[in-house]
Design a protein around this ligand. Structure first.
Ligand SMILES: CC(C)(COP(=O)(O)OP(=O)(O)OC[C@H]1O[C@@H](n2cnc3c(N)ncnc32)[C@H](O)[C@@H]1OP(=O)(O)O)[C@@H](O)C(=O)NCCC(=O)NCCS
Length: 381
């Protein structure tokens, strides 16, 4: 490849073929394995979606029952993991904990299988399932409360809320949490997924690949937009201040969080459903403050951008932070929730990478000094 093909950040470079995710940014469409995100988020559970991503097809009832049973059987945390969570530095971010727990699990669960390059990681689902349990346990310990062992009769999303709160969520809340996980399960060759594939291409284990992906997601340019959108909502405080806040933000060349997308030039297809959930949760709680502020921001922002001929729409993260907040999830868990969901997509990509592997090895464009003479230490002044 000629060096003139240099693309900073690999923007626009096709790095592999993939059957997993299709994004049509112009039309605002997203598909997992050919199924639209609208259909999956409304009609499939996170477990069903995980099956789809790992096996490439929707499961039959019997397949889903057996797969769900396996996933649910992997939920409970071993005392050694609980001890690790308890002893982890108190000020560390839960994403750092997740990264460490995943590495720890690789030595602890199915160690021998994981070290084979040909292992079938679909047989061990701890690396997918336990992230939710770890995040819930971490939050409980932060609050000085006890670990809540998982329930087997709840969906992945509902069980996460149960382990977090210690009481069963309403059916609607559990469904919303599970659907949010579906909406975040996969999104093509983003930085964390690419990271997972790069590590997998060295024939490393799926645990190491996932741990690296978690590190990548932790960065503020990747996960974290919904945290910032929620911080914006809190800063604005009430809907009547939204327009003034937007004016000021744009005048100061500040980005309005949760608006716009690198890939979607039409509306992010996940944003409508997320908005629907926010409306219903607000109605159930009898408090629409977050929603009213967000709509005020959206209206003022879009009006200003349209004046400039730039139609910019909300992305999934514009509403998701407020949805999580109304589900009782603290802001620090927003990015970990992204990991809890995206781990299914990462594993799908790791398996796909292994099927037709080629070690990733791009080149860099050398911009350093010309060869120069070494000056011995004593002569360097
Ligand atoms: C995601 C993002 C980086 C995409 O930016 P982009 O690729 O430049 O998007 P576009 O090309 O559609 O932007 C067109 C114009 O609108 C501006 N714009 C886009 N999103 C904006 C936002 N949220 N706030 C203010 N201005 C924005 C861009 O700066 C650009 O202005 P310019 O023509 O003067 O350079 C940007 O929309 C953004 O920073 N959004 C907020 C952060 C966020 O929500 N990220 C999560 C994405 S899932």
């Amino acid at each position: 490849m000629a060096e003139t093909t240099y693309a900073k950040g690999l923007e626009g470079v096709i790095a592999a073929e993939s059957e997993i995710c299709r994004i049509d940014g112009e039309k605002g469409k997203l598909y997992y394995m050919g199924y639209s995100i609208e259909d999956l988020a409304r009609h499939a559970t996170f477990e069903e979606t995980t099956y789809l991503l790992l096996y490439g097809k929707l499961p039959s009832s019997a397949e889903l029952e057996s797969f769900s049973r396996r996933m649910r059987a992997s939920r409970d945390l071993d005392p050694a993991i609980l001890e690790m969570i308890r002893k982890f530095p108190r000020d560390a971010h839960p994403m750092e904990l997740l990264q460490s727990v995943i590495s720890y699990l690789s030595g602890y669960v199915q160690h021998k299988i994981q070290h084979s390059a040909t292992c079938n990681c679909r047989n061990t689902l701890h690396q997918v399932v336990q992230l939710a349990s770890v995040v819930a346990a971490w939050q409980r310990f932060q609050e000085g409360r006890q670990y809540v062992p998982p329930r087997q009769d709840l969906s992945h999303g509902a069980n996460f809320l149960y382990m977090l709160r210690g009481e069963e969520p309403e059916e609607y809340e559990g469904m919303v949490m599970d659907s949010c996980l579906v909406m975040h399960a996969e999104h093509g060759f983003n930085a964390s997924t690419f990271t997972a594939r790069v590590v997998a291409s060295t024939l490393s284990t799926c645990y190491c690949s996932i741990s690296a992906a978690i590190g990548s997601l932790y960065g503020s340019l990747h996960g974290g937009a919904n945290e910032k959108a929620m911080a914006m909502v809190e800063e604005i405080g009430s809907a009547d201040k939204a327009e003034g806040w937007v004016e000021q933000a744009l005048a100061g060349k500040q980005k309005v969080m949760g608006m716009g997308h690198r890939v979607y030039k039409a509306k992010d297809p996940r944003a409508d459903l997320m908005e629907e959930y926010l409306v219903e949760l607000s109605r159930r709680k009898g408090d629409s403050t977050y929603y009213d502020i967000l709509k005020g921001v959206e209206k003022a922002f879009r009006a200003r951008m349209e004046e400039k001929g730039k139609p910019i729409y909300p992305n999934v993260d514009f509403f998701s932070g407020a949805v999580y907040r109304l589900l009782g999830v603290p802001t620090i868990l927003f990015t970990p929730i992204f990991a809890i969901a995206r781990v299914s997509g990462w594993l799908a990509h790791i398996l796909e990478q292994r099927k037709d592997n080629r070690l990733y090895r791009p080149k860099s464009l050398y911009a350093g000094p010309e060869p120069r003479e070494f000056v011995p230490l004593a002569q360097r002044g």
